[in-house]
Design a protein around this ligand. Structure first.
Ligand SMILES: Cc1cc2nc3c(=O)[nH]c(=O)nc-3n(C[C@H](O)[C@H](O)[C@H](O)COP(=O)(O)OP(=O)(O)OC[C@H]3O[C@@H](n4cnc5c(N)ncnc54)[C@H](O)[C@@H]3O)c2cc1C
Length: 412
């Protein structure tokens, strides 16, 4: 390895771009290469299912940095050629275009990819997945001509896409295999709010619906078949059934991979010269005491700065609580914290679920694990403090809109 070998970042999404920014801000003045398999410079994905899809926010707003930023900051952007192999011993990465790049330090920010629906017809025309800008462009065009669509999966992407389709005047049948949208994440009490929201906006929400086939004619999807035999006709089908982390490169290079690329609290992988951040990283969380992988914007925004500090030799302990947001119709929501696999034993609501203006708190043994504010703003700070304090709360105070969130701890 040459003394001036570059720092290489594999994956030019939000996490990759933010890592490049943080490395430069942290004083790294050596060569810096950001490699991406997409042809677009790094962009943020939340607008792809919201404002950009609905035509209310321009394409330019989605990009992480203006085009000139990369030149101005001497970041070499190599787009359209994925990293195909890492040689950790030789400290090189190979690219699909035949290039071989030496690196001094490597950050993996390869993100995640939509999970495919394992049924016949999944690869027909007019079956859409939503991950890239081009997917959003295709969907936007679809919404301008389709009169009815089927959305499979009532997770965040499915719900936001449904809201965008309704805003475009498209009839939507939303199919969810579980008993309610988001049931696994929010539990019955809060999941019902999202079911009611979509039903109120004219969505034909079908829970407990299992798709056995996407049907088609002349190579184009024209509906879905449900377990039990019912067929639902559609001009297009959108599939949103989760994502899987892009760990193939890391696994082939012999790095520890288990629900993402395993990294410590400093975002370092099992190899001392390789780090990982964003959707692809399963990071040890010091406050939660276990590894978690977070597939959300705020993690891809903030974690790379910690990885960059660590790459530059700093002492790092990334302990930010998971945070995410959604916008659907007139509902805006933020969620702070992490319930985790041990679950919760109680949900407390402050405010009105009917009016869709409330904060929900998930508790275990009277400690707040997570909170979700719906159409209520500026509570993320106090929520974070409630969760990180680990102190027992008084449920009556927690549920009382008149008591400030800073005064809900149990006495004694
Ligand atoms: C439509 C949509 C809406 C969303 N809305 C929200 C929201 O409202 N709130 C929220 O909190 N989160 C939201 N998210 C999630 C959020 O966008 C992700 O958590 C975030 O994009 C993760 O960033 P990342 O950089 O880790 O990964 P990615 O954004 O996946 O970027 C990784 C990049 O690396 C590339 N890559 C993969 N393999 C290679 C390789 N071998 N070589 C080179 N490049 C490679 C990928 O193609 C991609 O360009 C949304 C996601 C989507 C798709």
């Amino acid at each position: 390895m040459a003394a001036d070998s570059p720092f290489v970042i594999a994956g030019a999404g939000l996490a990759g771009a933010k890592a490049a920014e943080a490395l430069r801000e942290g004083g790294f003045d050596g060569p810096l290469i950001l490699v991406g398999d997409e042809k677009e410079r790094p962009y943020e994905r939340p607008p792809l299912s919201k404002g950009y899809l609905q035509g209310t926010s321009p394409r330019e707003d989605a990009y992480v940095h203006p085009r000139d930023w990369y030149v101005d900051n001497d970041v070499e952007l190599r787009l359209g050629a994925p990293v195909t192999e890492i040689d950790p011993g030789g400290r090189t990465v190979s690219l699909a275009d035949g290039a071989r790049l030496p690196y001094a330090k490597l950050l993996l920010a390869t993100g995640s990819s939509p999970r495919r629906l394992p049924v016949a017809g999944e690869n027909l025309d007019r079956v859409h997945y939503l991950r890239r800008l081009s997917d959003s462009d295709t969907l936007k065009a679809t919404f301008s001509t389709a009169s009815r669509i089927v959305v499979i999966g009532a997770g965040w992407i499915g719900l936001e896409t449904t809201a965008a389709a309704r805003a475009a005047g498209v009839e939507v049948t939303l199919l969810e295999a579980g008993e309610l949208p988001l049931l696994g994440l929010l539990g019955r009490e809060a999941a019902q709010v999202f079911a009611d929201l979509h039903t109120a906006h004219g969505v034909d929400l079908r829970c407990g619906a299992h798709v056995t086939e996407i049907t088609g004619r002349h190579g184009r999807a024209d509906g879905v078949l449900l377990h039990g035999g019912e067929r639902i006709e559609a001009d297009a089908v959108v599939v949103g059934v989760g994502v899987t982390p892009n760990t193939g490169l890391a696994a082939a290079a012999g790095l520890d991979v288990e629900d993402g690329i395993r990294v410590d609290a400093a975002l370092r992988t099992s190899h001392p010269d390789i780090w990982a951040a964003g959707d692809v990283a399963g990071a040890f969380h010091p406050l939660l005491g276990r590894h978690i992988r977070v597939e959300h914007w705020a993690n891809a925004l903030n974690q790379p700065a910690a990885a960059a500090r660590s790459m530059l030799g700093g002492e790092v302990r990334y302990d930010r609580l998971p945070y995410f947001f959604t916008d659907q119709y007139d509902l805006g929501m933020e969620y702070t914290g992490h319930v985790g696999r041990d679950g919760y034993d109680r949900v407390v609501f402050r405010g009105s679920t009917e009016a869709r203006e409330f904060v929900a708190f998930w508790l275990r043994r009277r400690r707040v694990l997570a909170g979700m504010n719906v159409n209520v703003w500026d509570v993320t700070g106090p929520l974070r403090t409630l969760v990180t304090s680990g102190l027992p709360v008084d449920e009556a105070k927690l549920g009382d809109v008149g008591v400030p969130l800073t005064e809900v701890h149990a006495e004694g």
